[in-house]
Design a protein around this ligand. Structure first.
Ligand code: G3I
Length: 410
């Protein structure tokens, strides 16, 4: 190869190395729009599930007469993720009131739902560090919770996804350059202050946990410390310490009635990294717990994915919540139903037993959806209920209730 060519390649390599040295992006950098996250799943192992018999199953009449929230009233809250339109559908609200004592807005409490784009953009530059929010999308749900004695998990204050790209630009216009670190820190503080203050002033004590930061640990494709960089405009503007800023602001504006959580999926495979990355936040006293999402499949080992992870975080001094539980199955039919029920039973057995003997400090378990066809994983029928002329209990529900007629399967 000619010398000139070698010099050119060497120069290009040097240039590309410098540009990859994590330097803050030049002002011409543009934010990336992220609206959907890939379907996060915990570690999955080949489906080693034995083929169970499905001959004439019966359920315990005692269990059938109970509800999820009654069954676990001495152990932990039982919650459900709900789309906002739920509160207009009495068939859904009746089941929610009967079975659950907590809920999470599936989408409506995320930044892309609460940020008022028009008002923020029209108000610029006065809104430069004070974005305008609109709480209209969460009022009906918060009123429902207040009227029916349900607690609410606040999901989520700071996430790289479902947070519009315009929110990170110099003038709030899509396509403009990223704003400065200082401005973005101020916007983050204003956003967190406005959301927490609205809920605390209008619905005091209703929110019992905030997912302050969601899914910031990305081992493998994250930065040298495993913090998510890809499509993360928080990282691109503020830098990796956006995590610490978010928790510091949440603690600053909290009235103390809600615990502050870090929430993530795939925790079993990155639990030590999560604890390492959160260490400065814990040191500052700005975090109370870690949310284990638990987007699982029937091929997963429940003891490893849930019990061992929850114990690890408890031993590290954190409260724990299961925040987005669903157990998907690629199979259809009666046997698939039964296997799923067996997995739900083993999961609830482990966590109830570990809670009772003090091994895990868990106070809430939330399933990520009310019934299969409205699940984000509807193709895998991952939930406790299905729609069948009405909202109907599945084997998964009986498993979650630990029906003695269902054997558990780790
Ligand atoms: O609201 C729009 C609607 O106007 C539009 O017509 C429609 C079709 O484009 O999209 C609707 O927005 C969708 C939104 O759900 C509300 O239904 C988005 O496209 C869709 O991406 C979004 O999916 C949500 C997903 O987060 C986005 O990342 C799922 O419902 C929600 O279950 C899921 O939940 C996340 C947790 O927040 C964090 N942990 C992972 C979990 C699963 O991804």
């Amino acid at each position: 190869m000619k010398n000139g060519m070698k010099k050119l390649i060497a120069l290009l390599l040097v240039v590309s190395f410098l540009s990859a040295c994590g330097k803050k992006p030049e002002p011409t950098a543009k934010p990336t729009e992220v609206t959907e996250t890939p379907a996060p799943t915990e570690e999955t192992t080949p489906d080693a599930t034995p083929t169970p018999t499905t001959a004439g199953r019966t359920h315990s009449a005692e269990i059938d007469a109970m509800t999820l929230k009654d069954r676990y009233k001495d152990s932990f809250k039982i919650g459900v993720a709900l789309p906002a339109n739920t509160f207009r559908v009495s068939m859904r609200t009746e089941v929610v009131k009967e079975q659950f004592n907590s809920f999470t807005f599936e989408n409506e409490m995320k930044p892309d739902s609460l940020l008022n784009r028009d008002a923020t953009q029209k108000g610029y530059p006065e809104t430069n560090t004070e974005p305008v929010l609109n709480f209209g999308g969460i009022k009906s749900g918060l009123e429902f919770a207040k009227e029916n004695g349900l607690g609410v998990r606040g999901h989520t204050l700071c996430w790289y996804s479902q947070t519009p790209a315009w929110f990170f630009t110099v003038d709030y216009q899509a396509g403009s350059p990223l704003c400065s670190r200082e401005v973005m820190i101020a916007r983050l503080e204003s956003y967190i202050k406005q959301v927490m203050t609205y809920c605390q002033e209008n619905y005091p004590g209703l929110i019992y946990a905030w997912d302050v930061v969601n899914e910031a640990v990305d081992i493998g494709t994250g930065d040298e410390n495993g913090i998510r960089k890809s499509k993360n405009n928080w990282y691109a503007t503020i830098g990796p310490d956006y995590i610490e800023f978010a928790f510091a602001f949440a603690r600053k504006y909290s009235d103390g009635t809600a615990d502050l959580y870090y929430n993530d999926y795939g925790c079993a495979g990155k639990k030590a990294d999560i604890v390492r990355i959160l260490a400065p936040v814990k040191e500052a006293g700005n975090i109370d717990g870690i949310g284990i999402q638990c987007h699982l499949s029937v091929g997963d080992n429940m003891r490893n994915a849930v019990y061992r992870t929850a114990k690890y975080f408890t031993d590290a001094g954190y409260k724990v919540q299961i925040t987005e539980l669903d157990i998907g199955t690629s199979q259809k039919g009666d046997r698939a139903d039964l296997v799923q029920g067996m997995k739900y039973k083993s999961l609830f057995q482990f966590i109830e037993e570990a809670k009772r003997n003090g091994e895990i400090n868990i106070d809430s378990v939330t399933v990520w959806g009310l019934y299969d066809t409205i699940s984000w994983r509807s193709g895998e029928n991952p939930l406790l209920f299905r729609m069948d002329g009405g909202i109907v209990k599945k084997e998964a529900w009986y498993g979650a209730m630990q029906d003695p007629n269902i054997t558990s399967m780790e």
